[in-house]
Design a protein around this ligand. Structure first.
Ligand SMILES: Nc1ncnc2c1ncn2[C@@H]1O[C@H](COP(=O)(O)OP(=O)(O)OP(=O)(O)O)[C@@H](O)[C@H]1O
Ligand SMILES: O=c1ccn([C@@H]2O[C@H](COP(=O)(O)O)[C@@H](O)[C@H]2O)c(=O)[nH]1
Length: 275
């Protein structure tokens, strides 16, 4: 594990250089992975799965108590087939937890952490802590969050890797990342291994809006103006990432337009192999 993390650190510098060359706050993200007709469906409040290419696979995944892909990933891992460095036999287990703003990612991560041996790392929480530093970079992060934009990958990947190292653990729920192709590329180039699977919380925008406006945690982005921007960013930049993983058959979708208890009943099925 330590060697894996050391390799992650070395990779950061190389990936940072590449990421900064392409850093744009997420606005250059190609939207080709999102089917044209489906964008309208989201605008009208249809759940995001309607615009995820290969949605049928997502439904199949969500209908199983354990993801086919999660199982395959475990089998590959036990062979050492996903080693991230010479002589490295153990790779951290990473689940990317994705979904629109207010879909309930953080709420469900808390449940998973209670019942399974995972460390929850929220990219948004790490960025919010970073912005409080008052440094120029922290101020930039604060402004980007207020505008619903995606912070350059270098910043987020460094924060995540630092937190992973500091935990000393080897199973992580990475909540709210990767948010665009640049994030995903930076992760791959830096970490040298991919997630085991993606846990996708699918929720209609009108439901998410109500939740965000009722959250009342004093966040600078939980206001209607920023919420609209966050939805645009999610549709244009984040859904293509889910599409990407969907094509790899790695997405486990949960309908999060249900009570927190019912959402978790569905969610925990994907973690049975970690019990
Ligand atoms: N299934 C649910 N039903 C009703 N309310 C919920 C549900 N899940 C979460 N909430 C509430 O909705 C709000 C947003 O939830 P949460 O913070 O977990 O979402 P999130 O996806 O992590 O959001 P963000 O991406 O903005 O950080 C919170 O106030 C939470 O208590
Ligand atoms: O990988 C990430 C994660 C988050 N951001 C920025 O933070 C806010 C809030 O994120 P939450 O996941 O809702 O807490 C998000 O809108 C982005 O501005 C990011 O840039 N990259």
């Amino acid at each position: 594990m330590r060697r894996a993390m050391e390799r992650l650190t070395r990779g950061v510098a190389r990936a940072s250089e590449r990421a900064m060359r392409g850093a744009n706050g997420g606005t250059r993200e190609p939207v080709s992975a999102v089917r044209a007709g489906a964008v309208t469906a989201v605008v009208t409040g249809t759940a995001a799965s309607a615009i995820v290419a290969g949605g049928a696979s997502a439904v199949a995944c969500a209908g199983e108590s354990e993801s086919k892909n999660a199982r395959a990933a475990t089998e590959e891992k036990s062979d050492g087939g996903k080693g991230i460095g010479k002589g490295e036999t153990k790779t951290p287990t990473v689940v990317f937890v994705l979904g629109g703003p207010g879909a309930g990612k953080g709420t469900q991560c808390a449940n998973i952490v209670r019942d399974f041996a995972f460390v929850h790392l929220s990219a948004g929480d790490l960025l919010r802590a970073h912005m409080k530093s008052g440094s120029p970079e922290g101020n930039m992060v604060a402004e980007m969050i207020k505008q619903g934009q995606i912070v350059p990958s270098e910043v987020t990947v460094n924060l995540l890797l630092d937190a992973m190292r500091a935990s000393g653990e080897d199973r992580f729920l990475i909540d709210g990342f990767p948010r665009n192709k640049e994030n995903r590329d930076a992760w791959e180039n830096t970490a040298g291994f991919d997630c085991d699977f993606v846990l996708f919380f699918d929720c209609p925008e009108d439901v998410m809006t109500t939740r965000l406006l009722g959250r009342n945690e004093g966040r600078s982005d939980d206001n209607i103006e920023t919420i609209k921007k966050r939805f645009v960013t999610f549709r244009e930049s984040s859904l293509p990432v889910i599409n990407y993983y969907e094509k790899l058959n790695k997405v486990c979708t949960v309908n999060s337009d249900q009570s927190p208890e019912d959402v978790y009943a569905q969610t925990k099925g994907f973690f049975s192999k970690f019990a």
